[in-house]
Design a protein around this ligand. Sequence first.
Ligand code: GDP
Ligand code: IMO
Ligand code: MG
Length: 427
Amino acid sequence: MSVVVVIGGQWGDEGKGKVIDLLAEKAAYVVRFSGGNNAGHTVVNDYGQFRLHLVPSGIFNPGTACIIGNGVAVDPASLIEEMDVLEKGGVSVQRLYISDRAHVIMPYHLLQDGLEEACRGTGALGTTRKGVGPAFSDKASRTGVRMVDLLDSNSLRERLAIVLEFKNRLLKEVYGASPLDLELVCEEYYKYGQRLAPHIRDTIALLGAALEQKSHILLEGAQGAMLDPDFGTYPYVTSSPPTAAGACQGSGIGPTRLDKVLGVFKAYATRVGQGPMPTEMAPPTGEMVRERGQEYGTTTGRPRRCGWFDAVAGRFAARVNGFDGAIITRLDVLDTLTSIKVCTQYNLDGVLLDSPPSDADLLVRCQPVYQEWPGWEAPTSGVRRFRDLPEPARNYVNGISEVTGCPVHLVSVGPHRDETIELREIF
Ligand code: GDP
Ligand code: IMO
Ligand code: MG
């Protein structure tokens, strides 16, 4: 039996979608356990190119069931749109199951996300404005609406009557915005419930049975460790745990059932949205990497900030997730560089740090201490065996492994499922 967790080791967009699509060939279940449609997971395979936001990236494998776990915040309209795109592309969504306990992103969450960002002014977080933060806030403050509530129009109306009472006060009296109409919201969201009803399940029971049958289960992380509300660059973080611990909480699989936790790292670093990023590259190199790597947000289209590999953040991610190994992606993006830097420590006012400080203001002041590696200046996308990579590329991969303390399991050299080098077996 194998339960494998795949976690973003940086600030998201590490290539988790590609990795999951590949690994799903061997998995009976793929489970999303956190985040919402703030995530954008790109999959390139024989069906074409897809940008998944809520549907797990295992959906392309006919033998794999996909679960949107209890820890995900679901925008039903966005999910339905995604399911339609997949069906049109010839991909069946029949084996997609949504936890009845998953929270729903409601129209006021979308409004709140935009209004709160506007209020933050120059301190805006740069959220994806998908309403994910406000939905998780409501989950914690016990005013959330869950998928199960969408299945019964009377209980939905009862629940919403209470919630809209104070949401409308907030919209009108704090933000001066228009209130929402109870009946219209009920009608719209009950309709979504009806459409999604065949997929809504007790997914904890489903996964419990899968564990008993010793099925292979893949837990698909969203976002990345450095966006975690506890461990990330607070307050420039997301609002649900993208970590291995979050995988348990958001799926209903207990911690003792996890067999392997793998961290996905880009061969360099990117970040979209605001917040400190000590290894951010100066414009000419940053722009070159952005263009070569087409580093634009999958969900929002925003240009991603590019930086050198940050092993201080990488080690920290490995520690808080207990990574058993690493997956390095986008090695090919570095193919043309003559030399490549890796940050091994931060220098904070003359003091060398091995792990990131908790205060974002201090992190901004940290100067990266770099190791410099020679580039390989040769194409790597066609390589399928580690030993066939140019020597400097192998040294670089081994170097990342060493500075993060994670044995490398896979190296990705292109977006397509096949553009992958396997170093260690995962299932
Ligand atoms: P995710 O959110 O972690 O799933 O990552 P995204 O899909 O947001 O961003 C990763 C991008 O890199 C996508 O466009 C992928 O198609 C692409 N990608 C993944 N692995 C590789 C790789 O090894 N090389 C290149 N060039 N692109 C890759
Ligand atoms: P995937 O799963 C990269 C970032 C946003 C913003 C911060 C808070 O594709 O790796 P939110 O909308 O969550 O309240 O925004 O988090 N963010 C991501 N960045 N990849 C993601 O997901 C992200 N999901 C959220 O840009 O900085
Ligand atoms: Mg992404």
